[in-house]
Design a protein around this ligand. Structure first.
Ligand code: KG4
Ligand code: ZN
Length: 359
């Protein structure tokens, strides 16, 4: 089957076509992502109205190009999938409306995809990964653990009670005078730094739940930075390294807790997979500690390649393919949703991030 996927939930305009073979194997025929980072950089974050306008301006052409690169006509599609939430409503409306128009015009089924489900299922596009598995999603707007029991069947083990991890990286980078988005630059500066010079807190370490918290850590960094006054290159590197060390230790501790919770929920799973998705998964130091904890707890680690870890439309098309395979399609009246927890049966313990935040 061939699925067109559209992603417009935040600041990436993306369109992709994937093929799902009868064997269940996936293949990416085209995967285009147009980042709006340059448009938002002067503001130090994503401006919703600018994002929505940029989606309107570029999506039409991008979808046409994705179809052309895939060598398909709209008639060849089996369905059209678009992100319907969570995310910035203006952008979601642009993508979902276009998907509806294509579905209606060409008589194809529509699939409204939860963006988080896209992240959760991507690993199965690249290789065979059996349910159930543990997902750690660490992006600019979300930081959470999910047990992925099947398509549409999720159980959240924990999430951040304040900032998302990518958001914390971006805010700390800003405090250090680095550009936006700050994660990659902070990582680079941390390489030359001394992680022991400053001792930052390890939030929630040792707690029995699987939640995260990063606002206290961010505040500790802010206080250190203001105490230092004018920052030398060495100061920047040391603060960056200290922050990264605190994050790595915290993630390792929270992940160990989630691994145990997964084991308790699924004692039958012999060697389950741990999937790490989201932009922060690019961080090398974090990857190293995650690999250690995964090995210690008998999980096989799967980290999709960066272009599938960060926001893209191939993951939306793939989630659409998995849904279509099960006969799960949506009515044309389906609405976009700014908030849409993955595990709908489970009432959110805390907010799942900031309003308008990236996912
Ligand atoms: O998944 P993503 O591309 O976009 C969404 O949030 O949906 O994630 C972007 C986030 C940003 O906060 C960025 O600073 C962070 O991922 N990030 C990193 C690294 N690369 C990207 N954080 C730490 N280390 C990195 N190497
Ligand atoms: Zn995302």
């Amino acid at each position: 089957m061939h699925i067109l996927g559209i992603e417009t939930s935040c600041d990436e305009t993306a369109a992709a076509v994937v093929r799902r073979h009868g064997s269940g194997q996936g293949e990416i025929l085209s995967n285009l992502v147009l980042s709006q980072t340059a448009e938002h950089a002067p503001y130090g974050g994503v401006v919703p109205e600018i994002a929505a306008r940029a989606h309107i301006e570029h999506l039409d052409r991008l979808v046409g190009q994705a179809m052309m690169e895939a060598g398909l006509d709209y008639q060849d599609l089996d369905a059209v999938a678009a992100t319907a939430g969570p995310g910035l409503l203006g952008g979601l409306l642009v993508g979902l409306t276009m998907a509806k128009a294509i579905a209606l015009g060409h008589g194809k089924p529509l699939i409204a995809v939860n963006h988080l489900e896209g992240h959760a299922l991507t690993a199965r596009l690249m290789q065979e990964v059996a349910f159930p598995y543990l997902l750690l999603l660490v992006s600019g707007g979300h930081t959470q653990f999910q047990i992925v029991e099947g398509v549409g069947r999720y159980h959240r083990l924990g999430s951040t009670i304040d900032d998302a991890l990518g958001e914390a990286f971006d805010k700390v980078a800003k405090l250090l005078g680095l550009g936006y988005p700050g994660g990659p630059q902070l990582e680079q500066r941390a390489r030359g730094g001394n992680p022991q010079r400053f001792s930052f807190p390890r939030p929630l370490k040792g707690r029995r739940d699987c939640n995260f918290s990063f606002s206290g850590l961010k505040t500790a960094v802010r206080e250190t930075v203001s105490r230092l006054g004018r920052l030398s290159d060495e100061d920047v590197a040391d603060v960056a390294a200290g922050f990264e060390a605190a994050v790595a230790e915290t993630v390792a501790d929270r992940l160990a807790m989630a691994a145990q919770a997964f084991r308790a929920a699924h004692p039958e799973a012999a060697a389950p997979a741990l999937i790490v998705a989201g932009g922060v998964a690019a961080n090398q130091r974090l990857r190293a500690v995650i690999a250690d904890v995964a090995a210690l707890h008998g999980f096989s680690l799967v980290v999709p390649p960066p272009r599938l870890c960060t926001d893209n439309a191939a993951m939306i098309a793939w989630a659409g393919a998995e849904r279509l395979q099960l006969g799960l399609t949506d009515d044309l009246s389906v609405a976009a949703r700014a908030r849409w927890p993955l595990d709908v049966a489970q009432a959110p313990v805390y907010g799942t991030g900031k309003l308008g935040a990236k996912v």
